[in-house]
Design a protein around this ligand. Sequence first.
Ligand SMILES: Cc1cc2nc3c(=O)[nH]c(=O)nc-3n(C[C@H](O)[C@H](O)[C@H](O)COP(=O)(O)OP(=O)(O)OC[C@H]3O[C@@H](n4cnc5c(N)ncnc54)[C@H](O)[C@@H]3O)c2cc1C
Length: 267
Amino acid sequence: MRGLTYHRPSDVHEACDLLATLGPRARVVAGGTAVAILLKEGLLDVDHLIGLERVGLADVEWRDGALTIGALATHQALAEHPLVHARLPILAEVLGQVASRRVRNVATLGGNLCWAEAASDPPGLLMALGARATVMSARGRRELAVSELFIDYFTTSLTPDELLIDVTVPAPPAGTGIAYLKFTPQSKADKPVLAVTALTGRSGSRCTRAVVVVGAAGPVPLSRPDVDGTLVDREMDRPVWRRWPCATGRPPSPSPTRAAPRATSGA
Ligand SMILES: Cc1cc2nc3c(=O)[nH]c(=O)nc-3n(C[C@H](O)[C@H](O)[C@H](O)COP(=O)(O)OP(=O)(O)OC[C@H]3O[C@@H](n4cnc5c(N)ncnc54)[C@H](O)[C@@H]3O)c2cc1C
């Protein structure tokens, strides 16, 4: 095995400068749960690892009706965070279902999104909630919808010199109902073979807003805003919900196998 140089930048600017200087031969490490597997399996062909443990980026703030979550916040910290519980309890609930506590204690939300594994819990919920991501590089910052991050199995739209720095999740209006269902092969701690997020707004018995996102059924979470729109203004009864999978043209099905990691995620 060739030698690896491990860098420990002390802030996000230094991390971005390192990424810009070292180029694609460098890989960022957040919690390291995915990177460790790649290293162990000999699937990571890089010369430099850039550890993010000193850069901060783990704060959670409530601003202008939205939670802004630092990319380095761990799943467990978020599942227990009082602000997340108070403002977006569904997020705490879903992040508390990711893997085991041991993994959640180190795996970060940013790492989860940048790893872009199809069999994953947070992406579908964040997409349904209309979350946005802020990314940074030595060239500057940009913002994109979380849905725009995912482009294929283990592949994001981030360029190799970009860091995900935070995710902003707007709290849904009062009266919104949100449900997340995770189907696993064996234990609750497994990765999902199918993950469904459904969000609805209602006025009386009529649907005012509907968003359904299906995860783990293909390379990226499946959302069909055009189909969701057909549910709006209808009575919220069972037949309406039965129409959703048919209207998408192809009922989602669980991924038969998990694709082997291609070491090409964003950073
Ligand atoms: C045993 C086990 C069970 C699991 N079960 C589940 C489950 O039930 N549900 C689920 O959703 N997930 C599950 N996972 C996946 C887990 O959520 C991810 O491995 C984890 O979230 C990755 O986060 P990390 O901080 O460890 O990322 P790392 O391993 O550090 O990084 C992952 C990738 O993202 C890149 N990266 C990390 N942070 C950034 C950043 N800020 N900016 C740019 N690029 C970045 C890295 O370069 C690397 O390519 C499981 C993992 C394990 C090992």
